[in-house]
Design a protein around this ligand. Structure first.
Ligand code: TRP
Length: 522
């Protein structure tokens, strides 16, 4: 095996990291969260979450991978031993689950993108046997796509693209993000200009900025802000460390963290301009589900544009696809780099396995709608399974992984030691001291509080805690009740079991001649 990879340039790294960060989260979930938590009421908690949790944890994750020049499991093992390695694998397994449904969503995005060239906007189209009737296009088209076997092919295509982009590691990833990230900004700017120039478009933007301080007293708003920041910045996924491990020894990871966070969150906020201007211009009120906003509400807005419907539709779905792909590759790279660090197997083998496992796993979320097309029309979009896994892997897993990393580095390894090492032996500055207080105390306490209150409110609401799933559908008596009970066990048992296994299997020594030295970046 050749020498460890390295980024070709600083720009390449920042683009790759921001490509990982900018994803469906920035466009789909941010808009939905901001709407759900009251528009202007959201941005103060959001900015606080960014400063208090987002940037420091990104600095931590970059620092861990960079300091040991290894992906998260190996780096944490070097720092604190086997429990660290376990946490690293666990984070990767948890985000692995997220990527299974993330890629399913991207497969649907691909289906909509294909439709956007024509059929999506047509008045009449073949309709499947869904329960709701008289659906306006593109809603009907979406349900139709979902239930066609071709949606499975689309999911396969997205997985294939993802592993192909990782085929030569940093080299191919860098080439891809150099195209994806600028293209994403460009498409987003076009959509914003279109949104803002619509009659009433500005009202939507005002909604985003009109603060409502009364909502800030609610724990739920804070929980929403913390999870949004973690998901959006790819924190707790266990993959930002892998990206930073490809940096040269003298890189300043704190600066990179600040740049990545800035790029990601500015993209997120301006994405809000495009989305809210359209929602307000066409007086469309998004319904509860986050996904319906992407697949149903916004396409309807686009369909109502006075001109260029096709062009804007294609832009929108292409943007989603690029954003999602540049995130999905970071997961594959995170796993790939961790496996190669430990067992020194070939990249080809890891990528082939990733494709197989990924595709089969994504089928779990894509197949039900194909088998039973009425699922998608029963008002839940047939997304119960996705919601259930999302609640665990996204709602709990990411934050838990962040807490675990903070505690291990701050309390087991020693936060002062970590900072001193990062500074090349110098004593901590005032800025470093702030970082130490946050990572060593504020962040774990705040996140644990949020997690506990979330668990409590779900537990006390009864229905196995799945308050967002209609109890009539999945509740105590429903035909799928066992599923609601099984998902948390499958999630926890699966991720913990796999992570334990990966930790316990012995690694293999690097073959002769592996050169870890990396050149300074241009
Ligand atoms: N940060 C991404 C977003 O905002 C999410 C993400 C990053 C992701 N890496 C991922 C999702 C890997 C799934 C798999 O959308």
């Amino acid at each position: 095996m050749a020498q460890r990879q390295a980024w070709g340039s600083k720009l390449g790294f920042v683009l790759a990291a921001s490509g990982s960060a900018i994803g469906l989260g920035n466009i789909v979930f941010f808009g939905a969260n901001a709407y759900k938590y009251g528009g202007g009421a959201f941005y103060v908690p959001y900015l606080i979450a960014l400063a208090v949790v987002g940037i420091p944890v990104l600095m931590l994750e970059f620092g861990i991978g960079h300091s040991r020049q290894k992906a998260l499991p190996g780096a944490l093992r070097d720092m604190v031993g086997a429990p660290g390695e376990f946490v690293g694998w666990w984070a990767l397994m948890n985000s692995g689950i997220i990527s299974l449904y993330y890629v399913t969503l991207l497969g649907w995005v691909l289906g909509m993108l294909i439709g956007a060239f024509g059929p999506l906007w047509k008045d009449v189209h073949p309709t499947p046997a869904y329960a709701m009737e008289e659906l306006p296009n593109p809603v009907g088209y979406f349900f139709d796509t979902l239930s066609q076997p071709s949606s499975l092919v689309n999911v396969a295509i997205v997985w294939l693209l993802t592993v192909l982009i990782c085929s030569k590691g940093t080299k191919t990833i860098e080439a891809a993000v150099k195209f994806f990230v600028p293209a994403m900004w460009l498409m987003m700017i076009v959509l914003i200009v279109r949104g803002l120039t619509l009659d009433g478009g500005w009202d939507g933007v005002m909604y985003l900025f009109n603060p409502d301080f009364s909502a800030m007293g609610e724990a739920e708003v804070w929980q929403g802000a913390f999870s949004q920041i973690c998901f959006s910045l790819s924190l707790g996924f266990g993959l930002m460390s892998a990206y930073a491990s490809y940096l040269p020894k003298d890189a300043n990871t704190n600066n990179f963290a600040a740049q990545t966070a800035l790029l990601n969150c500015s993209f997120e906020y301006v994405a809000g301009f495009a989305i809210f201007s359209m929602l307000f211009a066409f007086a469309i009120v998004p319904t509860a589900s986050t996904l319906s906003m992407t697949f149903l509400v916004l396409p309807q807005g686009i369909a109502a544009l006075p001109a260029g419907v096709q062009v804007f539709g294609i832009l929108f779905f292409l943007l989603l696809l690029f954003a999602g792909l540049s995130s999905a590759i970071s997961l594959v790279e995170g796993v790939c780099s961790a496996v190669i660090d430990k067992w020194h197997v070939s990249r080809k083998l890891v990528l082939t396995c990733a494709f197989g496992i990924g595709f089969l796993g994504s089928m779990m979320f894509a197949l039900p709608q194909v088998i039973d097309p009425t699922l998608s029309g029963d008002g839940t979009l047939g997304l119960t399974l996705l919601d259930l896994f999302d609640n665990k892997a996204f709602g709990y897993g990411l934050l838990l992984a962040v807490v675990a990393q903070c505690v291990l580095v701050a309390w087991v390894y020693g936060i002062k030691r970590f900072v001193r090492e990062r500074n090349g032996g110098r004593e901590p500055t005032l800025f470093d001291k702030g970082f130490m207080v946050l990572v060593g105390g504020v962040i774990p306490v705040a996140l644990l509080y949020v997690l506990a209150s979330q668990a409590w409110s779900e537990f006390s609401s009864g229905v196995y805690g799945f308050k967002f799933v209609d109890p009539a559908v999945i509740g105590g008596e429903g035909e799928w009740a066992w599923l609601a009970a099984a998902v948390p066990l499958v999630w926890l048992g699966g991720t913990v079991g796999l992570a334990l296994m990966l930790t316990l299997i012995k690694g293999r020594p690097a073959p002769e001649g592996v050169d870890r030295k990396q050149e300074a970046l241009p």
